[in-house]
Design a protein around this ligand. Structure first.
Ligand SMILES: *[C@@H]1O[C@H](CO)[C@@H](O)[C@H](O)[C@H]1NC(C)=O
Ligand SMILES: *[C@@H]1O[C@H](CO)[C@@H](O)[C@H](O)[C@H]1NC(C)=O
Length: 495
């Protein structure tokens, strides 16, 4: 006799990425038209924002208020196409908060990656290993930290998509423990395989794993991310499913930068996570359901219609056989792709029946799904799960800031524009005769004859002290007789 139970989140949330010529609304419509006649289960949409202006802000408003979109994604990577700068990201995050939406981020430092890619090519590395070598873990952790910091300043809830490394996950864990509303999503690829694949001798095999951020070349990353999923530091497991056949990946056969990014994941997600998580004792069954289903339903405000089996919830569930086994292979999978990144993976735990909207859509290998039977699900903003505490904090913040305002007598003395007098060649000093030291604003002519500072010490910009530790007069034997200003303080005597 085997043990059977139910799961309850049969739902896809796809990402709409507008082209440069498209408005957000046009792209949304295009995705709806493509999907509505074909979907076999309910679906929702996240919208990517790849440029920023007034029109985009207006479209965000329409999408949230009229089209059932409650999440927007920004990219810190892909510097030539999708990447936004920190000020734009701040403005988008602020807009998300105003609308009650959740911000999503692809966190990698796009500008530095671009430079490292050039370096790899210069060193003659053109294969898929160059993809990993030009996207070090630190650039993921740095951008994750930056996104979290910007979200904190904008007081916006943040969802960090496809976290692929330990250090990026640690950043999320750290701020969650302090109460910031941040969610981390892991990717089934990073739980089921790793970045050693980029060094495979077979170009096709290595290229098949190209995805950003890359899989890390460290077999302990997957188990570590599972630990964080188990203790609530990370919240969800997604797929980033976006497959390309070998001949499509071959666009980058001579230059890893041109390999289309994308991997498979949807079909094998549950079995891979069950095998790596539940079979190893890292996750119990309830945690498994939470990270694969109900947490996502809560964050994107579909709970309890989705993510729960109860009266009033949608009739979506599946019957799971934890003892069933299979070996994953592209030759038997149902995905439109000639490669499977989990090829040869031995699964324990398989779905035997899938029920969508009360009808059996899959049973013992037979697919009975009805095209067009799925519906677009509108997701509303200001979900209590996220915004209840954020709204409260917002009220308190205003009070606290207002309390910090200082009432002062107005200044009635003389007002001098120091910048103007400097550029007139008239180096004025302040009442205490402190020289104005702004290296950026002073004209070059003023640089060499700048007077000593108030204490008689030399300005670091003018001094002969070098940050490297080298001194301009290192060759001078009489050096010890000179009175120098040592770093970090003044010295009255000889040294
Ligand atoms: C979660 O698990 C990780 C990995 O074992 C550990 O480092 C971390 O301290 C745990 N966090 C919490 C909040 O328990
Ligand atoms: C500032 O410098 C001017 C010109 O050298 C001098 O006349 C004046 O007394 C100085 N003021 C103070 C406060 O030292």
């Amino acid at each position: 006799m085997f043990f059977i139970f139910l799961l309850s989140f049969i739902f896809i949330v796809d990402l709409v990425i507008p082209t440069k010529e498209q408005t957000l609304l046009e792209a949304y419509k295009q995705w709806r038209e493509r999907a509505d006649s074909k979907v076999c289960c309910d679906y929702g949409l996240h919208i990517a924002i790849t440029h920023w202006n007034e029109q985009v802000a207006k479209d965000m408003e329409i999408l949230t208020k009229e089209k059932g979109v409650n999440s927007f994604k920004v990219f810190m990577a892909y510097s030539d196409t999708f990447m936004l700068h920190d000020d734009e990201i701040f403005q988008i995050f602020s807009k998300c908060r105003e609308l009650g939406a959740i911000a999503m981020v692809h966190a990698e430092n796009g500008l530095v990656i671009k430079e490292l890619e050039k370096e790899m090519l210069k060193l003659g590395i053109t294969g898929p290993e160059g993809h990993l070598l030009s996207r070090p873990e630190k650039l993921e952790a740095e951008a994750t930290n930056r996104a979290i910091t910007i979200a904190e300043q904008a007081r916006c809830p943040l969802y960090v998509v496809h976290i692929m490394s330990k250090t990026a996950a640690d950043k999320v864990q750290e701020v969650r423990l302090k109460g910031q509303v941040v969610f981390g999503e892991s990717n089934v690829a990073s739980l089921g395989t790793d970045g050693s694949q980029y060094f495979n001798k077979c170009w096709r095999h290595a290229a098949a794993h190209v995805v950003s951020p890359p899989l890390r070349n460290d077999p302990t990353t997957g188990p570590y991310l599972l630990d964080l999923l188990a203790n609530g530091s990370l919240s969800t497991t997604a797929t980033d499913h976006c497959t390309f056949n070998g001949n499509q990946k071959a666009l980058g056969k001579d230059d890893f930068r041109k390999i289309p990014n994308g991997i498979n994941g949807i079909e094998d997600r549950l079995s891979v996570i069950w095998t790596k998580g539940v079979e190893t004792g890292k996750l119990d069954i309830n945690q498994f359901v939470a990270i694969t289903s109900s947490n996502a339903a809560r964050i994107f405000n579909m709970y309890p219609k989705k993510g729960r089996i109860a009266v009033g919830s949608d009739g979506d569930c599946l019957i799971w056989d934890p003892q069933a086994t299979k070996t994953i292979s592209f030759s038997t999978h149902h995905q439109a792709c000639d490669f499977n990144i989990f090829e040869g993976f031995q699964c324990h735990g398989l779905p035997i029946i899938t029920i969508v909207a009360g009808k059996i859509a899959y049973e013992n290998g037979q697919l009975n799904a009805i095209q067009g039977s799925g519906k677009y699900i509108e997701t509303t903003c200001f979900t209590d799960y996220i915004y209840q505490k954020l709204n409260k904090r917002e009220q308190l913040r205003e009070q606290i800031i207002k309390q910090q305002k200082i009432e002062r007598e107005p200044y009635t003395g003389e007002v001098i524009d120091a910048k103007k007098s400097v550029s007139n060649g008239d180096l004025k000093t302040s009442p205490k005769n402190q020289t104005i030291h702004s290296n950026h604003e002073l004209p070059a002519a003023g640089f060499h004859n700048r007077p000593a500072t108030r204490a008689g010490a030399r300005n670091l910009f003018d001094s002969s002290f070098m940050l490297s530790g080298e001194q301009w007069d290192d060759g001078n034997l009489r050096k010890t007789t000179r009175v120098q200003q040592p770093p970090g303080g003044q010295s009255k005597g000889l040294w």
